[in-house]
Design a protein. Structure first.
Length: 228
């Protein structure tokens, strides 16, 4: 592996909550095992049920984590930017993937195999605790998403999706998300999302321009989010 790849891997591990417990030499040693992989925008990284013996770190780009539904739709769980790790569940138990991962943009990833990471975790109780905290945080967020879909109405779910997604610009913030993507984030149909967005546009809460959703009144969205 090139020195450039090792240095990228070391910096990724240094930023990540999971491996902060390791000292500099341990991170360098672990980084030496990381393998680079590249994916084009829209390319699948893995699917639910695929064999899983590794975890991955995002060096460049954004990775989308989602779950398929029995009706053939998807529920978007999160979009992970550079610096985030994913696939840790398969790394721990060596079983199949529990979600889909797709390169939302052109991505450069670093892959760490289970056989290389487990010895480090066995030597570092603090890293194990960090891993448990990371997993617990993701389980809590997944539980919150399922609870929102089950018990919140669409305006509240959609408002939350718009507010928590990273926006471009601040005056006003705008998001480049299709109505299909918003439907998958909020657990709704595209048609219902369209009706809700058009109503908000009529009320001056948002503006719709090409693929952009421009948030004009974030306080109104926060009120809708908190109404449930």
């Amino acid at each position: 592996m090139s020195d450039v790849t090792i240095e990228r891997a070391r910096k990724l591990l240094e930023r990540g909550t999971l491996f902060k417990a390791l000292d500099e030499q341990e991170r360098t040693d672990l980084a030496a095992h990381a393998q680079p992989r590249s994916f084009a925008a829209g390319e699948p990284i893995f699917h639910v049920g695929d064999p899983g013996q590794s975890m991955m770190g995002v060096v460049v780009g954004t990775v989308r984590i989602s779950l398929p539904t029995p009706k053939g739709r998807e529920v978007i769980l999160s979009d992970l930017p550079a610096g985030e790790l994913f696939g840790e569940i398969a790394l721990l138990d060596g079983m199949s993937r529990s979600a889909n991962a797709t390169a939302l943009t052109k991505c450069e990833l670093l892959v760490l195999e289970r056989r290389d990471v487990l010895p480090f975790l066995q030597r570092s109780p603090t890293a194990c605790i960090n891993l448990m905290q990371l997993l617990c945080g993701r389980i809590r967020r997944s539980d919150e998403r399922m609870s929102e879909i089950a018990f919140s109405d669409l305006p509240a779910r959609l408002a939350k999706a718009l507010l928590r997604y990273p926006a471009q610009g601040h005056d006003p913030p705008k998001l480049s998300l299709s109505q299909r993507e918003l439907a998958e984030m909020s657990g709704a149909t595209r048609e219902n999302v369209n009706r809700c967005l058009r109503e908000w546009q009529r009320r001056g809460i948002i503006a719709l321009k090409n693929r952009w959703t421009i948030i004009l009144k974030p306080e109104a969205l926060r009120a809708l989010e908190e109404s449930q």
